[in-house]
Design a binder for this molecule. Structure first.
Ligand code: PLP
Length: 456
């Protein structure tokens, strides 16, 4: 029997980060070179390496007997805990009734895009999860390329919005940002909000990395600045290193009563409710406690230390530019200064660049620009600096917190040798490329000289 798949499903590709990690493992497992036994360097997969906070693990075990379905928007204890969490950390008064819990923010963003009519404005570079969802839902969309600082330009947003005919427009704001690691500050958000108000743009503010902001006092939620038009999404995946728990939440704008009713319908139709034991574990994660606070402080400091190292090591190579992350565990590296050299060796697209780094002797996975919704020929890539044993590193951090900048560098060298060696590998790749290109040039010059001599 032959099964026919709907065309919009055929058009969706498997996310490149997952594909690349599989390729990397396959190539490395058959590599015959003994010098490669050190291992492979995984900068592609964006997962927090830390253990799930113990409080949550214990709550999950304690509630393993909760076999009943939960209410569609989430159990009341969890909606209350999320409300208090938002007050404590983000300074927002959110009534629990405005909070809906779902199986991960990815699903909730998909559900929001399902119920909200309108054209989607997608700032780029972007997290690789949004575009396949937009395509699957057959929504109209427009890219909004970032300004030279790799942030959203309010002027460009307004220009684009003026061109769009739709009654409603939806901006996907991801702050702090994956892949750049950059944070839009209060002023920048206010400027974006001014345009949104004027142009009647609804915002889906994906704030899944909020808690990882290195200087946490700098994080401001768009929900505070544009409360009437912002849907905030957040969850357990990054802040609590619990992506596998699959739990996220959305906060609805204050006066969206009818919309909540529509949303509830969709959730009930698609998945009924999030697993009940997981919701109880999430209560422990969102309740204010000293233990969770210490966990947040330590994990965001370690991300910052790793980010500083990665940024400095990459920027030290002439031609490589990188965003200096304010949050997350990513940065965006720009290799476009090497475009001529890359093209000479037939690397014409960012995907080819990712593939070239996977094979011997590099064994390194990065996420290339076209998966970040950049032009195929843009040689930029996302580097996720999380290739280390988070449980051990967290313990080492508590035992001996690095204070000075040299202690921080030592900390990375001792605790994340794969990150150090992997960044060196990327640098070696580009140094080799430059060397090859120089040799090529010298050979060409010599040939020209010889030709002239022979014809003289
Ligand atoms: C920007 C961004 N949004 C959403 C998600 C998905 O989060 P969740 O695990 O809650 O579905 C990710 C995960 O990588 C992400 O990077």
């Amino acid at each position: 029997m032959k099964f026919i798949v709907d065309q919009q499903v055929e058009d969706i590709e498997m996310p490149e980060n997952l594909k690349l990690n599989t390729f990397l493992k396959e190539f490395h497992s058959v590599c015959p070179h003994s010098e490669c036994s050190f291992g492979l360097y995984g900068f592609a997969f964006g997962q927090s390496p830390f253990p799930v906070p113990l409080l949550m693990q214990e709550a999950l075990m304690k509630n393993a007997n909760q076999g009943a379905y939960a209410p569609v928007p989430g159990i009341p204890e969890l909606r209350n805990a999320i409300s208090k969490y938002n007050k404590h950390y983000f300074g927002m008064d959110i009534a629990p009734e405005r909070i809906y819990v779902g199986p991960g923010t990815k699903e909730l963003i998909f559900n929001l895009l399902q119920i909200l009519h309108g054209t989607v404005i997608l700032p780029t570079p972007a997290w690789l999860g949004y575009l396949p969802q937009i395509r699957l839902l057959k929504k109209n969309y427009h890219m909004l390329p970032s300004n030279t600082n790799k942030k959203i330009s309010p002027i460009d947003l307004k220009k684009l919005s003026l061109r769009l005919q739709d009654r409603q427009k939806i901006l996907i704001l991801n702050n702090p940002n994956n892949p750049t690691g950059l944070l839009h500050n209060r002023l920048e958000l206010e400027e974006i909000a001014d345009v949104c108000r004027e142009q009647n743009i609804t915002v889906i503010s994906d704030e899944i990395y909020a808690q990882t902001t290195y200087d946490f006092s700098k994080f401001v939620s768009m929900g505070k600045i544009y409360p009437e038009g912002t849907f905030i999404t957040n969850g357990l995946s990054k802040s609590h290193a619990a992506g596998g728990y699959r739990l996220g939440y959305v906060i609805f704008p204050q006066h969206a009563v009818d919309l909540k009713r529509q949303f509830k319908k969709i959730l009930a139709t698609e998945y009924t409710a999030v697993s009940t034991p997981i919701q109880y574990a999430a209560v422990a994660g969102f309740e204010i406690s000293k233990e969770i606070d210490i966990y947040f402080d330590a994990t965001r400091s370690i991300h910052q230390i790793m980010g500083e190292y990665t940024y400095n090591a990459l920027s030290a190579i002439e031609g490589i530019k990188a965003t200096k992350p304010d949050a997350t565990f990513y940065l965006l590296a720009d290799f476009n200064a090497f475009a001529t050299e890359l093209q000479k060796v037939k690397i014409n697209t960012s995907q080819k660049l990712s593939e070239a780094l996977i094979v011997h002797p590099y064994h390194t996975a990065i996420v290339g620009g076209d998966s970040l919704v950049l032009e195929r020929t843009d040689f930029s890539a996302r580097i996720a600096y999380v290739d280390y044993n988070g449980t051990k590193v967290l313990q080492n951090y508590f035992d001996n917190k690095p204070k000075t900048s040299s202690e921080r560098i030592e900390f990375v060298k001792n605790n994340a040798p794969k990150v150090v060696a992997g960044i060196e590998m990327i640098c070696t790749f580009f140094k080799n490329l430059r060397k090859e290109s120089l040799n090529d040039l010298q050979t060409q010059k010599k040939k020209k000289f010889d030709d002239r001599l022979n014809s003289a």
